[in-house]
Design a protein around this ligand. Structure first.
Ligand code: UDP
Length: 390
């Protein structure tokens, strides 16, 4: 008899099906899953099917089902969020948490795996791992984890029952090994980003023309993750009032309130205010510097777009290590106050050699092909045929 998760093995016409467990808590989990699916299609064409399931929204009981709305609010209490991140971090503690939540997670987790039969499961969110593995039981499809935090990776990412874990950095690999993952099951590949970052950047002026941005000014790109988090408005104002001659691009993501507020203001410089954009690779490659919350997805993309990074805020806990990473690799600075952001911008505009050195450092550590490498492993596991090259 088939298990709940199993597909009808008598139907030989079915293509192998990959299910991704993700959630829109921030924008990074979605971006990583989309990047891997894109890379799979580029390599294996239509020889498989893929589906992304938002397990919080579609399966978790309230209030967890509202997690994508609650997340930006929850991290506004930074000390509490940080304290709970560290208080729950650690193998034993993670086990206690998942065990104590299991009575309420059991049924939703079982529904999740039953509703989405798969030939291979990929999780890109730390909360999904243990609950899904428990619900699947021993006789299950291959189960892979793609870590989307860069350095400070929570213990919930690492469940030794996972068949393989892809991590972005060596420090994340160490955490996986501490969590009893076998060394051969942990791959350091970088953070999965859109395939466009593997392509030549093209001409910056042309990109700017297409976007309607000035050609002759420095452009600072401001991003607060998928949700437009952190003091974006205050930072944008401080830059605009600093006397610097530049263009400002502010990405508000899904934060409609912020977008409306910024649009109602008057600005000294050319300022471009956007909501959620699907063309982040173009926006990054048309800019000269990024001012961002320390989100791992945005940092990885900025490195691949060779953009020096100014970090104006972070989600305490999971983003703490990203700050150290950016500074120690010489690709940017931590500037948690508006005047520090302005100071860093001024320095890089006035000292082009310093800016160029940082661009050089981004080239050294960029890993644009993470999604391609993950796709290859998934494709090989499923025995997918590579697309014919025309
Ligand atoms: N993003 C996007 N469009 C937007 C704003 C953000 O596609 O308008 C993407 C961004 O490129 C990145 C992700 O959302 O891939 C944000 O991920 P990150 O890890 O930086 O922060 P999070 O939002 O998860 O806290």
């Amino acid at each position: 008899m088939n298990n709940d998760w199993q597909r009808d093995s008598t139907n030989h016409h079915q293509k192998p099906h990959i299910v991704f467990y993700f959630s829109d808590t921030g924008g990074g989990h979605r971006s990583a899953a989309e990047a891997i699916i894109e890379a799979l299609h580029l390599k294996y064409g239509e020889s498989f099917t893929a589906q992304m399931v938002d397990f919080f929204k579609d399966y978790a009981p309230p209030p967890f089902s509202k997690m994508s709305d609650l997340y930006p609010e929850m991290v506004k209490a930074p000390r509490l969020w940080q304290a709970s991140f560290y208080a729950t971090n650690g193998r034993g503690r993670a086990r206690v948490i998942t065990a104590s939540l299991w009575p309420i997670a059991r049924e939703p987790a079982r529904n999740l795996v039953r509703d989405h039969p798969a030939d291979l499961i990929v999780t890109v969110h730390p909360i999904a791992n243990t609950f899904a593995l428990k619900a699947l039981g021993a006789n299950r499809p291959p189960f892979y984890t793609v870590v989307t935090d860069m350095v400070t990776t929570h213990a919930l990412w690492f469940d030794a029952r996972s068949d393989r874990i892809f991590v972005p950095t060596e420090s994340a690999r160490q955490r996986a090994l501490e969590a009893q993952m076998q060394a051969e099951e942990v791959d350091v590949v970088g953070l999965a980003v859109a395939d466009q970052y593997c392509m030549p950047a093209g001409n910056k002026d042309e990109l700017r023309r297409k976007l309607g941005w000035p050609l002759e000014k420095h452009i600072a790109l401001l991003v607060g993750g998928g949700e437009g988090m952190g003091p974006l408005a205050r930072t944008a104002r401080a830059i605009d009032e600093s006397g610097l001659d530049l263009g400002l691009v502010v990405i508000c993501g899904r934060n409609e309130k912020l977008k409306t507020a910024l649009e109602s203001q008057t600005w000294e410089n050319p300022v471009f205010i956007y909501g959620f954009r699907r063309d982040m690779p173009d926006l990054m490659r048309a800019s000269d510097v990024i001012v961002t919350k320390a989100g791992p997805g945005t940092i990885a993309e900025a490195l691949n777009a060779n953009l020096p990074i100014i970090l104006y805020s972070k989600v305490p806990g999971q983003e703490d290590g990203n700050v150290t990473f950016v500074e120690s690799e010489g690709v940017g600075v931590w500037a948690p106050k508006s005047q520090l952001v302005v100071r860093a911008l001024t320095r890089w505009i006035c000292r082009p050699q310093e800016h160029a050195k940082i661009v050089e450092n981004t080239r050294r550590i960029a890993r644009p092909s993470a999604a391609r490498r993950i796709a290859q492993v998934l494709g090989e596991r499923l025995g997918l045929e590579q697309k014919a090259v025309v």
